[in-house]
Design a protein around this ligand. Structure first.
Ligand SMILES: [Zn+2]
Ligand SMILES: [Zn+2]
Length: 281
């Protein structure tokens, strides 16, 4: 009500007062950020996000994005209301209608697809082939021993449908609230042979995600530096579950600048057409 009346809400004023250590992005980070044209990892209320697709798209437009990939969860992730093949098919129709309305902005169709224990992906081949962007992520058995986790990730990275390897270590730096009052505790990185996995990413043209969520900041800097050294491509994503979170790319850009990521190797600095040519290849 205070905001609507044109006032600065008391709550916001208190937060700003208490957070005086917050500083704007450094110039080089801001410049890096300005090269980004979109975001390849976002969720709507179709899975565990809090907002309708349209609201996410409108927030992305307000940020100046040219496109955003809608990557709701796959069926196996029932705690996150993962989409069955039927629901995903319905979502594709909804996105197609929204795209007609919102053009030239583009919602890219997509999925954040669970990586099964055997390295296969949690959606039909046919549907994965129809999507613009496939982010593949590990969400279970995060404490598996390194050899098994490495095999699992290698399987997903080599899958021709996979475009982006999501939050590769699965670490959580701080506790977080989830749907229905669930609370996740912090957890360490998964163990895997990062050199083997990142080398496979180079070989198969799979981008390594720089996940900008403050509780993830994944990969950790030492692994990000290794991925840079090995010649990986990157996607700087927010993994936003709400419209305001689409603004988190600065976190990822900060880490990209710190580790010397070449801006041309960040796939979401490309135009939608260039990006789609790459994901289709
Ligand atoms: Zn995820
Ligand atoms: Zn996600």
């Amino acid at each position: 009500m205070q905001a609507h009346a044109g006032e600065v809400p008391e709550y916001l004023a208190r937060l700003e007062e208490a957070s005086t250590e917050l500083v704007p992005l450094a110039d080089d980070v801001a410049e890096f950020c300005s090269a980004l044209r979109g975001d390849l990892h976002t969720h709507s209320d179709w899975s565990d996000g809090g907002s309708p697709i349209r609201e996410m798209a409108e927030a992305a437009i307000a940020l100046g994005h040219e496109y955003v990939a809608l990557t709701d969860h796959s069926p196996r992730l029932t705690v996150a209301n993962g989409l069955s093949a039927e629901r995903l098919e319905r979502q594709l129709d909804v996105v197609a209608a929204l795209n007609e309305e919102l053009a030239p902005f583009r919602i890219l169709t997509g999925i954040e697809c669970d990586i099964h224990l055997d390295g296969s992906l949690d959606q039909t081949d046919e549907l994965l082939g129809r999507l613009d962007v496939v982010v593949a992520s590990v969400h279970s058995d995060l404490r598996a021993e390194s050899a098994a986790m490495t095999e699992r990730m290698l399987g997903a990275v080599a899958n021709p449908h996979t475009d982006v390897l999501g939050h590769c270590t699965g670490r959580l730096l701080i506790p977080r609230e989830q749907r229905e009052g669930r609370r996740q505790r912090p957890r360490p990185e998964s163990a895997f042979d990062a050199e083997a996995v990142f080398s496979a990413c180079v070989e198969h043209g799979t981008a390594v995600e720089i996940n900008s969520r403050p509780e993830r900041l994944d990969p950790p800097l030492r692994l990000l530096a290794l991925a840079v050294e090995l010649g990986c491509q990157f996607a700087i994503d927010t993994d936003a579950h709400a419209p305001g979170q689409l603004d988190w790319q600065g976190n990822g850009c900060e880490r990209a600048v710190e580790t010397g990521v070449d801006v041309d190797r960040v796939v979401n600095t490309w135009t939608a057409d260039e990006l789609l040519e790459w994901t289709a290849s």
